[in-house]
Design a binder for this molecule. Structure first.
Ligand SMILES: Cc1cc2nc3c(=O)[nH]c(=O)nc-3n(C[C@H](O)[C@H](O)[C@H](O)COP(=O)(O)O)c2cc1C
Length: 302
């Protein structure tokens, strides 16, 4: 075929694509396609959808940690294994810690993307050290700034207005993982914030990691319609219906899935001491706009 006919053919096929309405692939989609040559397992934990949204950029079918935990002790084997979850007080949620400790992960490349809302501090190093103790050696751990769902400090109506450059930052993470980069983010000191120390962050974790539902939550009875959405999104099944209406008790992840998901805004946080102010705005709740309530239920329901 001569050059003139080849160009004609190229033009015709481009026109056919345009007529069929096939959009050109985004960079993220190309990277995801490339990863399909490898067996990649992605595990995630989410309360308000940020981490599920990110997990879905790395795999079409990420696996929920609360659901996987039900299967008992497992050995997972793949070319690449990734973990996506929120930063809780510069550490991993307890349910993620349990998952890492309980199971065996075999892959030449193991990575983690941690979603955070304000200050990632030493979360990457913390996760690397914790996992190493449990026999999981990470090649790559990085963080991504998203809406901060921590109700004691942040007003969700204000948080959603802030442009946190999620798409640009995500593209960089996809590229790093696509290239199997080796990297663990070092402690990040935030300008204008007091210097973080390991002791200070450990103190914060102790407050968060030993929570119970009855210590954390308060119910506005006049608002509760007993729809049990709280029960459906709780990774610990802490809610039930008793003679006296909604009951809750038990080991709590402090993930706030129940509080954010309640359609009546009937659940709120207790004010425990002057350092613990309750909530910034009890009328403002959050769910990542790309994630449905059913997605959160399927992820966490016990
Ligand atoms: C108990 C708790 C502790 C948190 N601690 C931090 C923190 O130390 N630093 C930070 O930047 N964000 C912190 N966050 C915010 C979350 O990490 C962030 O909003 C995350 O993207 C939520 O993910 P999800 O939507 O998948 O649940 C905390 C949130 C909760 C509920």
């Amino acid at each position: 075929m001569d050059r003139r006919n080849a160009l004609k053919l190229m033009g015709a096929s481009l026109a056919a694509v345009a007529m069929a309405g096939i959009a050109p692939k985004t960079h993220a989609a190309i990277l995801k396609d490339r990863a399909k040559d490898k067996k990649r397992l992605i595990f995630y934990f989410t309360a308000t959808g940020n981490s599920l949204f990110v997990a879905r950029q790395f795999s079409d079918s990420p696996l929920s940690i609360p659901q996987e935990l039900k299967k008992g002790k497992q050995t997972y084997e793949a070319d690449e294994i990734g973990f996506v979850f929120p930063d809780y007080a510069s550490g991993a949620p307890v349910i993620v810690q349990e998952f890492l400790a309980k199971n065996t992960f075999k892959a030449p490349y193991i990575f983690s993307i941690i979603t955070f809302g304000n200050a990632s501090a030493m979360v990457a190093e913390w996760v690397r050290d914790y996992a190493k103790e449990k026999g999981v050696n990470f090649n790559y751990i990085n963080t991504i700034l998203m809406v901060d769902n921590y109700l004691p400090v942040f007003d969700m109506n204000e948080q959603v207005k802030i442009d946190k450059h999620v798409d640009e930052n995500l593209a960089k993470l996809l590229e790093d993982v696509g290239a199997q980069k080796n990297y663990v983010q070092a402690m990040v000191q935030e300008p204008g914030m007091p210097a973080f120390s390991k002791d200070m962050l450990k103190g914060m974790q102790d407050q968060h990691y030993n929570m119970t539902a009855e210590r954390l939550l308060e119910l506005k009875k006049d608002r509760c319609v007993e729809c049990m959405t709280c029960e459906k999104v709780c990774p610990h099944k802490n809610f039930s219906l008793g003679n006296d209406g909604l009951q809750f008790a038990g080991k709590c992840e402090f993930c706030l899935a129940c509080v954010h998901a309640c359609p009546q805004k009937a659940l709120t946080l207790k004010s425990m001491n002057p350092q613990w102010p309750g909530e910034r705005n009890p009328e403002a709740r959050y769910r990542n706009p790309n994630v449905s309530l059913m997605d959160i239920i399927k992820s966490n329901r016990q």
